[in-house]
Design a protein around this ligand. Structure first.
Ligand SMILES: [Zn+2]
Length: 263
């Protein structure tokens, strides 16, 4: 299975999974239909599945047009998003699996950003691990809590932190990385890892290259929203436990200081 990334809208990514033997494709969170159709037609691929992570329009906007253009497309999303996603015909819950290109993805229910949010974890036969995570984790961030509670988001992130292997690539649906880490640098001005990461992001973005996918092991080491047990972070925030620390960082992130973004 090959994975392609299509940048669309302002800062969204659509991911295309390709079965190179059967010349079939699956698409994750098609914000728009046209770039997907253009890509598939250019590469002579037929669309089999749409995998949605949650109901926000910048993740499902292309569903209906894609289903009209390609016949017999299967649309998968979380069971709790029933009625909120156009053309949905599979209603997934935690522990379910889906198949594509002879690979299997585990479905995890990860409420917080929305109450229906799921993610797709492909643990591939060649040992690679790919997590299509929608708006739950970003490089340098985590999803804004729109429908769930801080506790739900914390428990979803804890589950992912404890479950996915270190070599997991996280395919986040937005290119927010530079702004995220510039804001985190204001919270932790003496954190060398954050400073190094910003240099690394700048060198990619200068060339207009994506910072996605990112590695979970790196995010766990640097991203303040996932480091709730780090004593230096607790010290800055004067918090006593993991949940308090996560909530304090998330609240800081909800009212961020102004940062200058060079691109
Ligand atoms: Zn969203």
């Amino acid at each position: 299975m090959k994975i392609e990334l299509l940048p669309v809208l302002n800062d969204n990514y659509i991911f295309i999974l390709i079965d190179e033997l059967k010349l079939e494709a699956a698409v994750i969170d098609p914000a728009e239909a046209k770039p997907v159709i253009d890509f598939l037609e250019t590469n002579n691929l037929k669309l089999k599945h749409i995998f949605n992570t949650h109901h926000h329009s910048d993740h499902i906007g292309g569903n209906i047009k894609l289903c009209d253009f390609y016949k017999n497309v299967n649309v998968y999303a979380g069971e709790k998003d029933s009625g909120r996603i156009g053309k949905q015909d599979f209603f997934l819950k935690h522990g379910d699996t889906v198949n594509f290109a002879d690979e299997i993805a585990n479905i995890y229910y990860v409420p917080g950003h929305t109450l229906g949010h799921i993610c797709y974890h492909f643990l591939m036969k060649n040992g690679e691990s790919h997590l299509f995570i929608g708006d739950t984790i970003f490089s340098g961030g985590c999803g804004k809590i729109f429908e769930g509670t801080f506790e739900q988001m914390f428990s979803s992130l804890s589950f992912l932190r404890d479950t996915v292997p270190e070599n997991t690539f996280i395919w986040c649906a937005h290119e927010y990385t530079l702004e995220n880490y510039l804001i985190l640098e204001c919270l932790e001005p003496h954190n060398i890892n954050i400073k190094d990461k910003i240099q690394n992001i700048l060198s990619l973005r200068e060339k207009n290259l994506p910072t996605i996918p990112c590695l979970i092991s790196e995010e766990l080491k640097i991203n303040s929203l996932l480091r709730w047990d780090d004593p230096s972070l607790r010290n800055i925030l004067s918090t006593k436990n993991s949940l308090e620390t996560f909530i304090a960082v998330r609240k800081f992130r909800d009212n961020p200081p102004k940062v200058k973004i060079p691109f």
